[in-house]
Design a protein around this ligand. Structure first.
Ligand code: PMP
Length: 391
């Protein structure tokens, strides 16, 4: 496909800061092995398809009416699922959802960012974050992650104290590195964020409200045993939002259902900025259908985790021009590996062999999603070939 062109057109009164922008998105190429956008490689089973079809048929009978604006039944199901998955009990009013976690995070920036305000994150991280900031006229600042792709807590706290953001975004497990943050690091950020007094925020007890911290746990279900979820910190931190998605663990990227857990006041703020009826009756029904199969889907996540660990081990045993490959520890369904003098040549070599991965992350690194065993085998064969050719 042709690379996207910038959207500037002299006949349209486009906002000047959008003139050189291109629509976000990885190339959608027609290639046999797609390991580039961290999807779940397993299509829903016939049992999942049958439940979704039944739920959607029931919803279709009421499509002449607008859907439940507050998607109460879905929020109850999501709260129950999070309780089972993480052991943290949540009320339905503490859960929010939208069309993908991208929209959930846009809602957060709409409510808590805005003109005159700042959002902070730490790179390398998910490349959509600056777009939420741009689209809500929020000033955007990135600090750096540590060498091992976790946070350098001193740098993070100093950045927050200096920039005085109203929103801090942390991905854990992080994309594109796969890194999960220890809870102590998240707590240090939460405390620094709570101390910031946001200049135009409401005041209580003689001080202004602090920043909201968003922990983006899109890949949480893939975390390794012993890695806790930031959901565990919710009870003590009203300024925390933990974002999740059905796109990865639930094998439902096409469904577009992201959600978050937070304090009730935080969720109530999001209800103000959402469009009316933003979650269609069809989406609500299909999501509930998929959630009913959480046991089966989480068993599949278990096998993807094993596949991921095997891929990390295999990559660590490979060499490129005499040097061993570097591979980031991964708590996600993808692996960041490198480093290559010419990563584009490696990416292209794989594509020539029918395997599409992602050229992203710090210079010299590449990211590959965990596929089915056959797809991962195709990737290993292609990479072996490419590295031999480039010797
Ligand atoms: N957060 C992270 C870290 C991601 O990698 C992605 C998807 N690539 C998302 C959020 C958005 O996912 P979705 O909108 O499908 O829920």
């Amino acid at each position: 496909s042709a690379p996207p062109r910038s959207v500037g057109d002299a006949r349209l009164p486009l906002r000047p800061e959008l003139a050189d922008e291109v629509p976000y998105g990885a190339p959608q190429l027609d290639v046999p092995v797609l390991l580039n956008v961290n999807e779940n490689p397993h299509a829903p089973s016939e049992a999942v398809v049958a439940t979704i079809a039944r739920e959607v048929a029931a919803a279709a009978r009421g499509l002449h009416r607008y859907p439940d604006r507050d998607f109460t039944a879905l929020r109850e199901d999501l709260a129950a699922y999070l309780g089972r998955e993480s052991g943290v009990r949540l009320a339905a009013e503490q859960v929010w959802a939208a069309n993908g976690s991208n929209e959930v995070m846009l809602h957060l920036l709409q409510a808590f960012g805005g003109p005159g305000r700042t959002a902070v994150s730490f790179a390398p991280t998910y490349s959509m974050y600056p777009e939420y900031a741009r689209d809500t006229h929020t000033r955007w600042v990135t600090g750096r992650r540590a060498e091992d792709f976790t946070l350098d807590v001193e740098v993070a706290v100093a950045t927050i104290e200096r920039e005085r953001p109203s929103v801090v975004l942390l991905a854990s497990p992080n994309n594109p590195t796969g890194t999960a943050l220890p809870l102590a690091m998240v707590e240090a950020v939460l405390e620094a964020a709570a101390r910031v007094e946001v200049a135009d925020a409401p005041e209580a007890g003689g001080r202004r409200a602090g920043a909201v911290v968003v922990v983006d746990e899109a890949y949480a279900e893939f975390r390794r045993p012993g890695t806790p979820s930031a959901l565990e910190l919710l009870a003590d931190h009203p300024n925390l939002a933990v974002s999740r998605t059905m796109s990865k663990a639930f094998a439902a990227a096409g469904l577009r259902l992201g959600y978050l857990a937070g304090s009730k006041p935080l969720v109530d703020a999001l209800r103000v900025v959402r469009l009316p009826y933003h979650l269609s009756a069809v989406t609500q029904a299909a999501a509930r259908g998929a959630l009913a199969h959480h046991d089966e889907l989480l068993a599949q996540v278990q096998s993807l985790r094993a596949e991921r660990d095997a891929l990390v081990a295999w990559l660590r045993a490979q060499t490129s021009r005499g040097a061993g490959l570097r591979v980031a520890d991964s708590d996600a369904n993808f692996v960041l590996f490198g480093t290559f003098d010419d990563r584009h040549a490696v990416w292209q070599g794989l594509l020539d062999r029918g395997v599409l991965i992602r050229e992203t992350g710090p210079e010299g690194w590449l990211r590959v999603s965990v596929g089915t065993p056959d797809e991962t085998a195709a990737f290993r064969d292609a990479l072996t070939d490419v590295l031999t050719e480039l010797e």
